[in-house]
Design a protein around this ligand. Sequence first.
Ligand SMILES: [Zn+2]
Length: 138
Amino acid sequence: MVCPKCGKTFNTSVEFCDMCGHHFAAGSVPPAYTPPYPPTYSAPRPSHGMFGNMGNKIKALAKVVAWIGIIFSCLGGLSLIIQGMDYEISGLILGGFLIAGIGSLLSWISSFALYGFGQIVDNTDKLVNIAEEIKNKK
Ligand SMILES: [Zn+2]
């Protein structure tokens, strides 16, 4: 305990401060102010099972999903366009362009959503790490 009047630190519980005579048992003693620990960056902990570092995995997945979506949309659209040209069906050509364009756009947008989710998970994980570190210091 710390005397709020003079700042002397006591290892044991005392009733009176022997420096200034402050009465601890008076009840009006405010709890000693302890400055909050500055947020320290903690290196990523060794992964905790398959859910370790989930945020980064989701973010990596988002990039893969975006590229796969764009590539498949373009390939699918392209094959429709080629067929449409072969059989001279303008609807197929138009559909091919639509699939390539909209498919790419949709996979791009959905990867953004997934990436954002990964970022949230990542940040939550970091906050938990910091909180645990503070807890361990006390
Ligand atoms: Zn004192």
